[in-house]
Design a protein around this ligand. Structure first.
Ligand code: AMP
Length: 281
């Protein structure tokens, strides 16, 4: 596996791969890899001939006071994991190359960034859209893989690709979970033993909503109340939002017509956890 730190070298490598008609796949990450990331990597191996995984903790998507400085990092472990998966390139650029001094250009996907996490984390999705645009311009992949766990991010990336005419196919990978249902996340590392147990309330809330829909309940308020009460029954958990919305536009829905996204954000101790499911009638 080649480790590339500089943009110019990444561009050269990618250009060479394309001139040999290789299909380049990109999996962007912020590192501290877990099995969820590795599922995306394995999916990436199957979808092309050359696989690039990027690791960049993107300061632009963290607000002041958020966990940028303390975000978990373990580059050596990540490198070993990616080597074992047969990744071709680990792209790990320094911050000064991605955001050179004087940088003042950002990409905003306007409406989709307002809802859900965007309401609580102003500028978060501007940071995401900007780094994804930069990575697409540098690596120029034919395919890029994103997890459904960050559902709003995925929709924003899809819209970005459409609106800015990027020639990249976006592949969505289903959320990878621990055996007991907790969605894998680098931020699960923040949870103490009790908090880890409490964190199960997110996936349980989603399951409860799925059961209600199976029984024919389509009323948004009832579904939200049921999911909320599952989380609120857990004293260590603090609901940030529970929303039912259109899976494409992310507008709030009062009832499920065809399908609806149920999205949660919950604080448990130091961790802010998100999860979601698409409910189908
Ligand atoms: P991150 O390192 O958290 O920025 O995540 C990098 C990519 O991995 C994003 O596309 C995430 O949506 C995806 N990802 C993170 N956790 C999971 C998971 N549990 N299941 C599926 N994809 C995930």
């Amino acid at each position: 596996m080649r480790i590339i730190e500089h943009i110019a070298e990444m561009r050269q490598w990618s250009e060479a791969a394309r001139s040999e008609e290789r299909r380049v796949v990109l999996v962007p990450t912020m590192g501290f890899l877990h099995e969820g990331h590795l599922h995306l990597v394995r999916d990436g191996k199957k979808r092309g001939d050359r696989l690039v995984v990027s690791i960049f903790v993107n300061r632009a998507q963290f607000a002041p006071g958020e966990d940028f400085a303390g975000y978990p990092r373990d580059f050596d472990r990540d490198r070993r994991l990616l080597e074992n998966e047969g990744v071709d390139v680990l792209f790990h650029p320094p911050v000064e190359e991605i955001y050179p001094e004087g940088s003042q250009t950002y990409v905003t996907v306007e409406e989709l960034s307002i809802f859900l996490c965007g309401a609580q984390r102003p500028n978060h999705f501007r940071g995401v859209a900007t780094i994804v645009t930069k990575l697409f311009n540098i690596v120029r992949p034919e395919v890029a893989i994103f997890g459904e766990k960050d559902y709003q991010q995925l929709q924003i990336v899809r819209r970005l690709v459409r609106d800015l005419n990027f020639a990249v196919e976006i592949v969505a990978h289903p959320t990878v979970r621990e055996r007991d249902g907790l969605a894998m996340s680098s931020r699960n590392a923040y949870l103490s033993g009790d908090e880890r147990q409490a964190a199960l309330c997110l996936s349980q809330a989603l399951k409860r909503a799925e059961c209600l829909v199976k029984k024919g309940v389509l009323d948004g308020a009832r579904i939200i109340a049921a999911a909320r009460s599952e989380i609120e029954a857990q004293p260590l958990a603090k609901v940030e939002y529970v929303r039912l919305c259109d899976p494409v536009t992310l507008d709030d829905l009062e009832e499920i017509r065809n399908s609806a996204l149920l999205a949660l954000a919950v604080r448990i101790g130091k961790a802010r956890l998100i999860d979601n499911t698409v409910l189908k009638r």
